[in-house]
Write a protein that binds this ligand. Structure first.
Ligand code: ADP
Ligand code: ZN
Length: 607
């Protein structure tokens, strides 16, 4: 472990291991198999990279994400580590060279996709080499239940039989127990040491907003918190992706669309620009993002409800991998709630699968309408208990008020009952608020006892009430998608004022919060460090230099130094090489490459 520590310091420039890194490294170095579940940004890579350097031979890293291998290998090369990848983006000539180098033992790490590894030719090649370990990244891809399922992953159990003496490590950021059991089963990891980390992401601030106009709300959110930051905006449909991207561009932000309907080249280019340039927004369907390695994604915004909490957590998890303060934000409304319920209802899945889907939908809606700490609820969903509210979510910082909505709910349900469950929300609201309307008169609904009994709430308030009644399962909509409201089993006791009195507590509509003090983009980016104004200026100067160096080498800026390292430099302002080495993230190779350039820039700026 002495050696591991030394590599951590001299190569990576870090002082201490995080979480279970030290134990994992020790196990692997000793030849044991490992399964590790660690949240995004937890520091999974070091767990196999350091053993790869300590054990003799080459570590084979299996990842489904071919598009990211170049950047991953570039990042390692920046650290002075001998790494390469083998995939279809290389010319046959380049591939042959890499194969020869591999045989000659020229690599510490070699990245490839599972289908490449499983090809007979590759297996033959590997059998002739000294292999340090196999790292199976994104190991949840073995799970048939997950949305990242890859069937080749299931064949990876052959590594165990083919190379019994080579230790394997499976890594994932997916938290649930079922996936974990599947990984163990499918990859024959019964003997593996298992390390599970807390899935909390303390640097992420969670907010979920009910909103009538989600675009305006998004704009507010961006202006107040992320005027110049990089981030992801998720939309449900391709059409919406295009529209929102265009709208943001009109507003003066650089926003690029990403969805499966775009050509492969357009997608690759937009993703590349997002990784290479500062401050870009990607507007995307969920087709975007698996394994996105960009550490300085400062926000993730959802314009619609994700299908379930797993997806929500995975998508929001792409924010703040570098550990600096980040925001995730979601806007949803009545329509989203109806659509999500419908989606589940109409899926042609088998009964058992559908039941699971219903539970997941309920949990997702429950999270939205929650009035207590979001983080506690999220972690609880993944089986983790957190004793105290987090203090870093919207409900903690600005507790929602609740009110006894029993009477309002009874009025609403009764109005639906009296109109024979044949109408949608707006019509029912019009009756409740006594609207002078031709259709209502024609139907004779102005004579109902429920006509004009709800004037104490505005139309907007009623929509909020209906949304919550649907979310809480008192109401359902028809399965044909017309939005016709139906009473559920749960509604009857309330409607009949049964012997056991029922109360319905709902969230009050949040008053549009007064504009928060507007932070500059740099300030929000570095909120954890809370830089002074002059240090911020310093940071921007260093960022400029980093940008220039990155462009010269055609690598993403964070590969040169992450924001965290630049932040520390901006505060400490090292004046010598040895002071520079003390900065977290500056190892020996990077000092050699960039030390002088940054020292000069700092020196110039100080004087
Ligand atoms: P993951 O793959 O788990 O999402 P990474 O391996 O990319 O996370 O690590 C996230 C960031 O944390 C990287 O910038 C990495 O260099 C950094 N990091 C990892 N381990 C440490 C450590 N022990 N000390 C400081 N920074 C670390
Ligand atoms: Zn909280």
């Amino acid at each position: 472990m002495q050696r591991a520590r030394q590599i951590l310091e001299s190569t990576f420039g870090y002082d201490d291991f995080r979480h279970h890194q030290a134990d994992i490294i020790e196990a692997l170095v000793n030849g044991q198999d490992v399964l590790t579940l660690m949240p995004t940004g937890g520091g999974k890579s070091i767990c196999f990279q350091i053993p790869a350097l300590i054990r003799s031979g080459t570590a084979i890293v299996i990842s489904p994400l071919i598009a990211l291998m170049q950047d991953q290998v570039d990042a390692l090369k920046q650290l002075g580590i001998r790494a390469a990848f083998l995939n279809s983006t290389l010319h046959p000539g380049e591939q042959r060279l890499i194969e020869e180098d591999l045989l000659a033992g020229a690599f510490d790490l070699l990245y490839m996709a599972p289908e490449r590894l499983l090809a007979e030719q590759t297996l033959n090649l590997i059998e002739q080499c000294d292999i340090a370990l196999f790292a199976i990244d994104e190991a949840h891809c073995v799970s048939q239940w997950g949305h990242d399922f890859r069937k080749e992953y299931q064949q990876l159990s052959m590594l165990h039989t083919h190379f019994p003496s080579v230790p394997r490590i499976a890594l994932t950021a997916t938290a649930d127990a079922r996936t974990r059991d599947e990984i163990i089963e499918q990859l024959s990891l019964q003997q593996a040491r298992v390390f599970i980390n807390s899935f909390d992401r303390p640097n992420i601030h969670y907010a979920i907003a009910e909103s009538g106009n989600s675009r305006e709300a998004l704009w507010q959110f961006l202006q107040q918190n992320h005027a110049g930051d990089a981030g992801i905006v998720y939309c449900l449909s391709r059409k919406n992706v295009e529209a929102v991207a265009e709208w943001l561009n009109k507003k003066g932000r650089v926003a690029l669309p990403y969805h499966a309907g775009l050509g492969q080249d357009v997608r690759a280019r937009n993703q590349q620009r997002f990784l290479r340039e500062d401050g870009l927004i990607i507007v995307a369907t969920i087709a975007f993002g698996m394994g996105i390695d960009k550490p300085d994604v400062r926000f993730v915004a959802h314009m619609n409800l994700p299908k379930n909490i797993e997806s929500y957590y995975q998508e929001t998890g792409r924010a703040g991998r570098d550990g600096l303060a980040s925001n995730v934000w979601m806007s949803y409304g009545l329509k989203d709630v109806i659509n999500l319920r419908l989606f589940t209802e109409n899926s042609d899945a088998e009964e058992q699968f559908k039941r699971v889907m219903f539970q997941k939908t309920d949990a997702m809606l429950g999270l939205c309408e929650l009035t207590s700490c979001r983080r506690q609820a999220l972690l609880a969903y993944f089986g983790e208990t957190m004793d105290q509210p987090c203090g870093n979510c919207d409900n903690c910082l600005n507790p929602p008020e609740t009110w006894d909505a029993t009477i309002a709910a009874q009025k609403a349900l009764s109005c639906i009952y009296r109109t024979r469950e044949r109408f949608g929300t707006q019509y029912i609201i019009d009756i409740l608020t006594g609207k002078d309307d031709e259709r209502i008169r024609r139907n004779g609904h102005d004579k109902l006892t429920t006509f004009n009994i709800g004037g104490e709430h505005s139309g907007v308030e009623w929509r909020g009430i209906f949304r919550q009644l649907i979310a809480h399962g008192y109401l359902a909509t028809d399965t044909e998608g017309y939005g016709v409201l139906k009473l559920t089993q749960k509604a009857w006791p309330l409607l009949k004022r049964s012997e056991t009195p029922q109360t319905v507590m709902l969230r009050k509509l949040r008053k549009p919060s007064k504009a928060k003090k507007k932070k500059s983009s740099a300030a929000s980016r570095l909120a954890l460090e809370s830089l002074s104004a002059s240090d911020q200026e310093f940071f921007e100067i260093l960022r400029g230099l980093r940008s220039k160096l990155a462009k010269e080498q055609n690598v993403p800026p964070y590969v040169i130094f992450p924001d965290k390292t630049l932040t520390e430099m901006a505060i400490v302002k090292p004046a010598s090489k040895s002071q520079m080495l003390d900065i977290s993230g500056v190892g020996e190779t990077k000092l050699l490459r960039y030390g002088d350039a940054f020292l000069e820039e700092i020196n110039r700026a100080v004087n």
